[in-house]
Design a protein. Structure first.
Length: 323
């Protein structure tokens, strides 16, 4: 008996950093169109960011790869994520080679969906029109996805990064559809927070875009091991808290910027744990205090304000993350 022909696929191609509301609209359209056409829906994304490989400055990260996959799969469980390793050899492919080898031979693409500004192939020689012409020769359709936005413009990763950098967390949330988050592994710090009654979890390895230095109300997830097959992050809600992002000017002895979180009503050992910190609201900018007692009093006020803000957020179901 002959093997059946491979199922045709709808392939949405892009970086999808942030999985913002514009991306979410693309994912919903892709899943709906794939179902209507009897195609398997695929999202192709790239790792690392192409700009970092070809010598351009890569933008600040909104969602690390495992978080990106997690969000896509939670939003559209039927969509499969394909991660294309982006290296110099891949970047050197001609547009025709990419279309033939990746889209046709490997993925059996029947419909490719890209942004109007999509560029691909050696020297970024390929664009939407080039891909559409190649598709006509290789028997797959090419379509650009519809842009969606609000009164301030099109939803985009760039808009989200700019909002975070300026400290406009409400604007970032309106674009992302959730609060921006930072993630990292808890490492041993100088333990000065413990001596003033506010022990903190100190995060190392955070790669996401940072908001301005300051003190923030946060909600925290604990991350488990990434799914070994899909590479998606696994997370469960842990606690609310208050975070300091910056250099701690009152206590600092020249250390680099850090992310430190005081968790409410939680005292278990978290060293080595991976956390995700959802940054809700800026309580104040980072500032230097005259001494430890003034700092202690201000942290107590910050914690009280953060408790009030976080208590208004509905608690997720057991085993589920905050977002």
């Amino acid at each position: 008996m002959q093997n059946p022909l491979p199922v045709g696929r709808l392939v949405a191609i892009g970086n999808f950093d942030g999985v913002h509301l514009g991306h979410q609209a693309v994912l919903a359209d892709a899943a709906r169109d794939a179902h209507a056409r009897g195609l398997e829906p695929i999202v192709m994304t790239f790792d690392p960011h192409p700009a970092a490989v070809i010598g351009r400055r890569a933008p600040a990260v909104l969602t690390p790869l495992s978080r990106k996959i997690e969000l896509i799969q939670r939003l559209q469980p039927d969509v499969r994520v394909v991660v294309q390793a982006f290296d110099l050899a891949f970047a050197a492919q001609t547009p025709e080679a990419f279309a033939q080898d990746v889209l046709v031979t490997r993925l059996a693409t029947r419909l490719a969906i890209v942004g109007k500004n999509f560029r691909f192939g050696k020297g970024r020689a390929g664009d939407f029109e080039v891909l559409r012409a190649i598709g006509e020769r290789l028997d797959f359709e090419t379509r650009s996805h519809t842009l969606v936005g609000d009164e301030h413009g099109t939803f985009s990763s760039t808009r989200a990064r700019e909002a975070i950098a300026s400290g406009d967390l409400d604007a970032a949330r309106a674009i992302l559809g959730r609060p921006h988050a930072l993630s990292g592994t808890v490492v041993r710090g100088d333990q000065r927070g413990r001596t003033i009654g506010f022990p903190t979890a100190n995060l190392a390895g955070s790669c996401e875009a940072l908001p301005p230095f300051g003190v923030y109300a946060v909600l925290v997830d604990r991350l488990g091991e990434d799914d070994p097959i899909s590479r998606a992050a696994r997370a469960t809600s842990l606690a609310a808290g208050v975070a300091n992002i910056g250099v701690r000017p009152t206590l600092n002895d020249g250390a680099p910027p850090s992310v430190e979180v005081h968790l409410f009503d939680h005292d278990s050992d978290l060293y080595g744990a991976r956390l995700r910190v959802h940054v809700l609201t800026c309580l104040r900018g980072e500032q230097r205090f005259a001494g430890i007692e003034a700092l202690r009093a201000q942290i107590a006020r910050d914690a009280a304000a953060a408790r009030e803000i976080t208590s208004a957020v509905p608690t997720p179901a057991p085993g589920e993350p905050w977002w």
